[in-house]
Design a protein around this ligand. Structure first.
Ligand code: APR
Ligand code: ZN
Ligand code: ZN
Length: 355
């Protein structure tokens, strides 16, 4: 059951929900969340009801869901860093609730929980008004669901977190929805070398189509770092870990050249520790940058990304490997886990073949 929106909350009828690796982290047990939870944190839709005191949205607005709703008044929010909102971090994300500390979801009269304040694997969601970003109505509503997480995270990592300059040498480890978005942004930034790294050849082929200058398939290789270093022996200006395993983070740091920066975009399991040589890092003037949600400002950046989609600057089509009914959610998570699928969209409007 979904309760109606409370004050400063809106109900959104979901057009599409993207299946992201951060949903998989929950089903594999790498991240713990309150259960039962409704997964999904990437999505788009149409506002179908508004709660009291909502002034920024009205019924009929097209929105992309942001998985960091922000309170607007904490120190980080007032400093212009809404994805670091401390109220969100203290209330919403660990407890599976909305800003007032309660959930709008229930099963059999008992509470169920929101995932990252979104829970988009559903026909409808109720989210804080700051978690729904109004966008232009002529954009393809299903496809722009991807701007809510994968594309914003990958492109933001390059543009906001790292601020990659023209002529830089870049490596991107992992070419899923997030990594391929890093590739597109690195191309847009004018990077001289964009080396895409993955263990699935079809993902590397797509990376080339989206702007990679070189690819390295590390499947079966005994030393992935050595294989990538062969391509740019001086080391890279920027390396993006778009997977977030301890091994890929360590590889990213080891691939840096003088003055290089490793950007940790993918999220590892809770409690992980990676090793690096601090003396070598300091001596080479290198940096390790954490990147949450592409360091974006959702209400500023998501509409800009929509504009870029409409002008042809960003391609979403190649990132979408399937459109499936909502009842396929578990199978879609399995397909992402096996490495075969890219971004799959769950579309509530599509009826299941078996239903
Ligand atoms: N070396 C290289 N590539 C690998 C390896 C490896 N050891 N292991 C997996 N990959 C590739 C997969 O083949 C796939 O193309 O990494 C990619 C991961 O992509 P997705 O599963 O589609 O993940 P994505 O949704 O892009 O998210 C990546 O960012 O948002 C975070 O939490 C999320 O940690 C996740 C990361
Ligand atoms: Zn995600
Ligand atoms: Zn805040």
């Amino acid at each position: 059951m979904l309760a109606p929106p409370g004050p400063r909350e809106v109900e959104v009828t979901v057009a599409a929900a993207g299946v992201c690796h951060s949903d998989l982290h929950v089903t594999t047990g790498e991240w713990e969340v309150p259960i039962p939870t409704v997964l999904g944190h990437e999505g788009s839709g149409v506002v179908s009801a508004v709660g009291k005191d909502v002034t920024s949205l009205e019924v009929g607005d097209h929105v992309v869901l942001s998985w960091v709703a922000n309170c607007g008044s904490c120190r980080q929010c007032t400093a212009g860093r809404p994805v670091q909102c401390s109220t969100y971090a203290e209330v919403i994300s660990p407890n599976g609730v909305l800003f007032d500390g309660t959930s709008r979801l229930s099963v059999g009269g008992l509470p169920a929980y929101h995932y990252l304040g979104v829970s988009s694997f559903a026909e409808k969601v109720v989210v804080p008004d700051s978690g729904a970003v109004k966008v232009r109505k002529d954009a393809p509503l299903q496809d722009i669901a991807l701007l809510g997480c994968g594309v914003a995270t990958g492109m933001g990592a390059v543009t906001n977190t790292a601020q990659v300059p023209t002529g830089a040498t870049v490596a991107i480890i992992g070419c899923g929805g997030v990594g391929l978005s890093c590739v597109q942004a690195a191309k847009r930034a004018g990077a001289a070398r964009i080396v895409a790294v993955d263990i699935v050849q079809s993902k590397l082929d797509l990376a080339v189509r989206l702007g990679a200058t070189d690819t390295v398939n590390t499947a079966g290789g005994s030393d992935p770092a050595a294989d990538v270093r062969d391509v740019v022996p001086d080391g890279f200006d920027y390396v993006f870990d778009a997977i977030g395993r301890v091994t890929t983070t360590e590889t990213a740091i080891s691939l840096l050249g003088l003055g290089g920066a490793a950007v940790i975009v993918g999220m590892p399991p809770t409690g992980s520790s990676a090793r690096f040589d601090p003396l070598a890092l300091a001596a080479a003037d290198q940096r390790i940058l954490g990147c949450n949600y592409g360091s974006i400002v959702p209400h500023r950046d998501i509409p800009l990304l929509v504009d870029e989609v409409m002008s042809g600057g960003i391609e979403l089509g190649p990132l979408i490997s399937g459109r499936r009914p909502l009842s396929d959610a578990a199978a879609a998570l399995d397909d992402l886990s096996s490495g075969g699928a890219l971004r799959q969209l769950l579309i509530p409007e599509l009826a299941s073949a078996t239903s």
